[in-house]
Design a protein around this ligand. Sequence first.
Ligand code: CP
Length: 299
Amino acid sequence: MRSLISSADLSKEEVLTIYDLFVSLKKGSSYPRLDGDVALLFFEPSTRTRISFEKAAKLLGLRTYTVSSEGSSLVKGESFFDTLKTLEALDFRSVVFRVPFVLFPYESLTKEVSLSLINGGDGTHQHPTQGLIDLFTLLEAYGSLEGLKVLYVGDIAHSRVFRSGLPLLKTFGAEVSVCGPLSLIPSDVKALGVSEIFTHIEEAIHWADAVIWLRLQKERQKEKLIPSERSYFQKFGLTKDRYSKLRGYFLHPGPVNREVDIEGDLIYSEKSLIQQQVRNGLFVRMAVFVWCLEGSPRR
Ligand code: CP
């Protein structure tokens, strides 16, 4: 039984195993049967992650039980660890969680509970299945990432999508740069393996083969880090003029802030891979369930 907390823990061989599962599940008309109970603990809002994990589990024959923060004993002060121990005692096989806090360190957690733990987003730390979605979507669109110049734009500081995608894209040979206001770019990005830090979007777009626009995470900004959403869009958003200069595709993990991250008319345009990302999310999450659970004892 495996867990997936951080994309940085995956070797290239493991990612390729998940990719092969993803490809065969996406092509397939019948799916493997896993059986067992999966708890979906969603303590932060989510549409695509929650529903695609739920659908993925059901297509594989797993039974799902969803718990939200308001309905859980966390509000009465129970710890996350004790919540997991409760689900272990109830014979759950896997727990998919989305939480507002950073789960770090987590190595002891995966040893102390007999559950397959799958991270659906923890604070600003990790969202490994989104990282896999972005990697696999780019592999489908470009064939190979070797030497591909991938640019992340926007709220790098609060982005678990960036932190999850970066190690995966680099493992597959991409060159990764960032662009945004300096107030939203952490000082350690170069140490993480980023090539260039751009503060002018036109220059960054000229550099990039593919661009991942990120969501401006208003809910995570404790202080005012940009003058206004309007000025942010003018300086860093995807406008029609910038769209015409893109030489490749653009992605966005969703949900999109219309007219802040991206001009509304462009979200489902020809150069957009947003719908492919959402669709791939289902098969990535099925592949991750199979990778985590196949061969483990049924409970
Ligand atoms: N990309 C993503 O995590 O979307 P949701 O917040 O809707 O799950």
